[in-house]
Design a protein around this ligand. Structure first.
Ligand code: UTP
Length: 287
């Protein structure tokens, strides 16, 4: 079955980016000149997703506006004949069908995903975090959809991380069953390096089946009174099996200062009009 719906949780507070995130949603911080979340929505569209469910909270209205028509601005650019700038914004509202739902309390990623239950219904769907940017030739979500179609089991994207960093991630335990395929036995949240079952970390892309909703409803609050998605994944794994997929591409954690800056440099290097000047300036810093 093709994956047609994607949930984008974007209802976190983005505290690692304070003070900017006091009034500006983290998901709208730019990678060069495009908000992070636009990269995610474009990836979803390029992966065959037809319907996006944004999970937002109070103060994130600007995300909705970004994917809406700004008639005045479009009209002004049109009258000025500035088609180049117009082309950057006029397709945004029609790019993909998007609805947003509010997560009224910040009760965790699992709780955020649960808000999409009624709109997802009875079909497999994708979850993509609003600040996890992956630069790849073939969109990461498309790679994952193909793995889902082949194996018919939930798929989570994983990435090799340095051993000393495993305690910052959910880590998988599983048996390698192909070049980039792992049949999962367990997922462990933030293990210490000596207890980690592998160095493969779960990142912000998932293909889940609708059983996850009942599981999350039954999942009692974990750390910090939150409903953790990882706790739900453990149960889904027992019920349905699950695949860890080592995707092809470069991933940037846009919710982290260093990750955000690295994403900006990497994407700026792809812009011919910026690249040479950027390299020249960087060389000036490395003295
Ligand atoms: P993070 O742990 O990165 O939290 O959430 P955050 O609030 O965005 O950022 P920091 O850590 O305070 O800087 C992972 C993802 O889950 C979403 C976030 O928006 C982010 O995409 N999330 C988290 C929710 O939608 N709701 C929640 O209650 C918690």
């Amino acid at each position: 079955m093709k994956i047609k719906k994607a949930v984008i949780p974007a209802a976190g507070y983005g505290t690692r980016f304070l003070p900017v995130t006091k009034a500006v949603p983290k998901e709208l911080l730019p990678i060069v000149d495009k908000p992070m979340i636009q990269y995610i929505v474009e990836e979803a569209k390029a992966s065959g997703i037809e319907f996006v469910i944004l999970i937002v909270n109070h103060g994130k209205e600007a995300i909705e506006d970004h994917f809406d028509i700004n008639y005045e601005l479009e009209d002004t650019l049109r009258k000025k004949g500035n088609n180049e700038l117009l082309s950057l914004i006029d397709g945004l509202s029609e790019m993909i069908k998007i609805v947003s739902i509010r997560q009224k309390k910040p009760l965790g990623l699992g709780h955020a995903v649960l808000q999409a239950k009624n709109l997802i219904g009875d079909e497999p769907f994708a979850v993509v975090l609003g600040d996890d940017i992956i630069d790849s030739e073939k969109p990461c979500l498309l790679q994952m959809s193909e793995v889902y179609e082949k194996y018919g089991k939930p798929v989570i994207a994983v990435q090799k991380v340095p051993r000393e960093d495993v305690s910052r991630y959910g880590i998988i335990k599983g048996k390698q069953a192909g070049n980039s395929i792992y049949m999962l036995e367990d997922v462990v949240e933030k293990p210490s390096p000596d207890k980690a079952p592998s160095d493969l970390a779960i990142i912000g892309r998932y293909i889940l089946t609708p059983e996850i909703f009942e599981i999350l409803e039954d999942t009692s609050s974990g750390a910090g009174g939150e409903i953790q998605l990882t706790d739900g994944l453990k149960v889904l794994l027992m019920k349905k099996g699950m695949i860890g997929y080592r995707f092809e591409g470069d991933r940037y954690d846009g919710g982290d200062k260093l990750g955000f800056l690295l994403a900006n440099i990497a994407y700026a290097m792809k812009r011919p009009e910026i690249k040479d000047k950027l390299l020249e300036c960087m060389a000036g810093y490395i003295k």
